[in-house]
Design a protein around this ligand. Structure first.
Ligand SMILES: [Zn+2]
Length: 429
């Protein structure tokens, strides 16, 4: 006789139909069928009228930055960074800022159905602490730069911070360390080599910003004589363990290099649009078989961490710029935001199938904008919003049920965020 930890009853499964049960044991989906006997499960959730989908994997963000959301709207990337963000970060970033900003982001991410994110920032040990409390998954890395900030003075010192983070968190249940040199224009070839050596010796991913803006391409070209991807290739940085965020401005030859080296891409369409950086030719990357995941980037440049909105934007954006309605269809958009992201992180999740990790969401279809329901995947991509997400499950654990958070204290987190807002606002005037 089978026993389960959790059965989700009578959900709508886009590929199978209505009335299916999902049985979960030890954090994995072990059976999908109609009428699974509920007596053998510790916990039962009713899913009638709800669409079950894999939860989202946000593969590029900076979660503490949500405390800076809404500041410096309508500026292009370099002005936004140099005139607004970097000075504010210099003044306010601290372990408390990182912890409280992360908490705010976790609240938003869980409410919008994300159970995995990949982050790059400072004081990541405080991000990790908050993630463990929230109960979702994260690939975290201590940002590595050439120039001094309050966390380190030399590239060696940043590397040592990253090394310590790896030592402290490698093998954790929910967290996996990632090595995060910021970008080719902020890290010298020597710094990149140190980061790569650390990642390779520990068997970890590298996460870096690449070819986000035209001005970055010009800057790298004038300094090293090569465009960013070619430059990274020439210093021996690119490999299958490298995740490059943005990849907006690539030459044909560079797309070939990415394909050849099996480099992974984090596509951040809304941040690229808002900062007027451009549109990455992602449908072409997908056509070539390059593994692309979806990221929001930080909430200070997006300006939210809503993956459902992000994937809808992605699907429509690429149809519009390529004049091809099939450029990224609904099914592909959903896969990019779920399975592809988990796959980049090396986690077998992102599908509702037996043998996959139980990371999933239940989305309420009984709302005006989702009725009548003909094609659940297309309607989720083009009609739903994250307020429809009713339940979130990560590794078989229910972390939100009927919109109620099980692991975080929403009121306290919002109160703390508002306090930060007051402090930061008074420094601006
Ligand atoms: Zn970023």
């Amino acid at each position: 006789m089978e026993s389960y930890d959790l059965i989700v009853k009578e959900v709508i499964l886009p590929e199978r139909g209505e009335g299916f049960d999902i049985a979960i044991r030890d954090g994995k989906i072990v059976k999908i069928d109609k009428g699974i006997e509920k007596d053998f499960s510790k916990e039962v959730l009713l899913g009638k009228g709800k669409i079950a989908l894999p939860s989202f994997a946000n593969v590029h963000t900076h979660v503490p930055m949500s405390l800076l959301r809404g500041i410096g709207a309508d500026l292009p990337l370099m002005d936004w960074l140099q005139k607004v963000i970097w000075p504010l970060e210099g003044r306010f970033v601290s372990p408390e800022f990182v912890r409280d900003g992360t908490m705010l982001s976790l609240l938003e991410m869980i409410r919008s159905g994300t159970t995995l994110f990949m982050d790059m920032y400072f004081f990541e040990e405080f991000v990790a602490e908050a993630v463990q409390e929230a109960g979702i998954r994260a690939g975290l890395g201590f940002g590595i730069l050439d120039f001094p900030t309050k966390v380190a003075s030399t590239p060696q010192e940043y590397i040592e911070r990253a090394r310590k983070f790896v030592k402290d968190f490698k093998g954790s249940e929910l967290i996996f360390p990632v090595i995060c040199p910021h970008a080719a224009y902020t890290c010298s070839p020597k710094t990149l080599a140190m980061a790569k050596e650390l990642a390779d010796s520990e068997g970890l991913l590298l996460h870096i910003h690449v070819a986000e803006t035209k001005s970055e391409v010009e800057q790298v070209k004038s300094e090293y004589g090569n465009t960013p991807v070619k430059h990274l290739e020439s210093v021996g940085f690119l490999d299958s363990n490298v995740l490059c965020a943005h990849m907006v401005w690539l030459e044909e030859e560079e797309i070939e290099i990415v394909k050849e080296r099996d480099v992974k891409i984090a596509h951040c369409p809304e941040s690229n649009l808002k900062l007027a950086s451009g549109v990455a030719p992602v449908h072409r990357y997908i056509e070539r078989g390059i593994l692309v995941g979806l990221g929001t980037d930080g909430a200070a440049s997006n300006d939210n961490l809503d993956m459902l909105e992000e994937l809808s934007t992605m699907a429509k954006l690429h149809k519009g710029v390529s004049l091809n309605a099939e450029a990224i269809n609904a099914k592909t958009a959903l896969r990019v935001a779920t399975e592809n992201g988990f796959s980049i992180a090396g986690i077998k999740a992102g599908r509702i199938e037996e043998g996959y990790e139980a990371d999933l969401i239940l989305l309420n279809s009984e709302v005006p904008h989702l009725q009548p329901l003909y094609d659940p995947v297309a309607q989720v991509v083009y009609s739903a919003n994250s307020g429809d997400i009713d339940t979130v499950i990560c590794r078989g654990r229910v972390i939100m049920e009927k919109r109620e958070l099980k692991t975080l204290d929403e009121e306290r987190i919002l109160h703390t965020a508002k306090k930060w807002g007051e402090r930061i606002k008074s420094s601006l005037s």
